[in-house]
Design a protein around this ligand. Structure first.
Ligand code: SF4
Length: 292
């Protein structure tokens, strides 16, 4: 298989065939993210992508899951994406899942009709980097959209029938009252967006990024591990929608809490509260074992 640059994927796509459709991220401006800072964004040629699919068919025979890389494949022309989806389903008889990261701006640029056509053609799962429901945080991290625009992007994906995974960042608002507001507003945007999955990651400074420089200079104060758990607790307490799978097992998190809201809410809160009460560092994942 042919890839350009470091390839990233959500951890739930570990068993997927990774098909690179774009190189980099169309936005590439978030201050905390270093994933694609070393490359200029471009869409790969359709011929190259279709050739990759033929090569993968010869190599793998059949696959059940595909993930479209890199950072925001939904920014591609709808007709091109439809041709790619058709080639994938024609090639792999058992294919049942095609996922992609979706940028909020790119999603908003697609009409509802186009989103529905993509869903109908088998683009099944969308991973939206919501990061926060707080406008102040989204501005600080240069996400490129307001909370209202982020909500609209997510709602459109849900309405089009996508299995939506919202990804949010613990610790991205720093400490104190901004952190509490971030957690409460992130719960609020989740309630209104109604994704099927909520994946929480903990902000970890990445060298050579703008936010890393603010951490180094003292302009951004990192929360301690327990403060990130306080944020998780506020989210659990304030999320009211049902059948939401909370995925907290990511390697960046100090405490891997996962479960179904509302069914597991009491147990999830009990787990977090026990560590917040004991302040036992041994109950947390050591920094050396954390990573993005
Ligand atoms: S966080 Fe996502 S949208 Fe932001 S620069 Fe990184 S890949 Fe692009």
């Amino acid at each position: 298989m042919r890839y350009e640059g470091q390839i990233y994927r959500p951890f739930s796509e570990a068993n997927s065939y990774l098909l690179q459709c774009t190189v980099g991220c169309s936005h590439n401006g978030c201050t905390f993210c270093g994933m694609y800072k070393d490359r200029r964004f471009r869409v790969r040629s359709t011929d190259e992508i279709l050739e990759d699919i033929r090569m993968a068919g010869n190599h793998y025979g059949d696959v059940e899951k595909v993930f479209l890389c890199d950072g925001d494949a939904v920014c591609m022309e709808t007709e091109t994406l439809l041709a790619i989806l058709k080639a994938l389903y024609d090639t792999f008889a058992s294919l049942r899942h095609v996922g992609t990261y979706v940028g909020p701006q790119s999603t908003l640029e697609k009409s509802m009709a186009d989103l529905a056509r993509l869903r109908g053609a088998g683009l099944t799962k969308a991973y939206l980097g919501v990061e926060s429901g707080d406008d102040a945080v989204l501005t600080d991290i240069n996400k490129g959209v307001t909370a209202a625009q982020m909500l609209e992007a997510g709602r459109r994906l849900v309405e089009a029938g996508f299995n939506l995974s919202s990804m949010v960042l613990l610790g991205i608002a720093g400490t104190g009252e901004p952190a509490r507001r971030h957690a409460a507003l992130t719960a609020d945007i989740t309630n209104r967006m109604k994704p099927r999955y909520l994946a929480a990651l903990t902000y970890t400074p990445v060298p050579h990024t703008a936010l890393f420089k603010k951490v180094e200079s003292g302009k951004f104060v990192l929360p301690d591990p327990f403060e990130t758990l306080e944020e998780m607790k506020v989210m659990f307490e304030n999320i009211t929608i049902d059948n939401l799978t909370f995925v907290g097992a990511h390697a960046s998190n100090y405490l891997p809490v996962s479960g179904k809201l509302q069914k597991d809410k009491a147990a999830m809160l009990q787990t977090v509260n026990a560590v917040l009460t004991s302040r036992n560092m041994n109950a947390l994942r050591p920094d050396a074992m954390r990573g993005l």
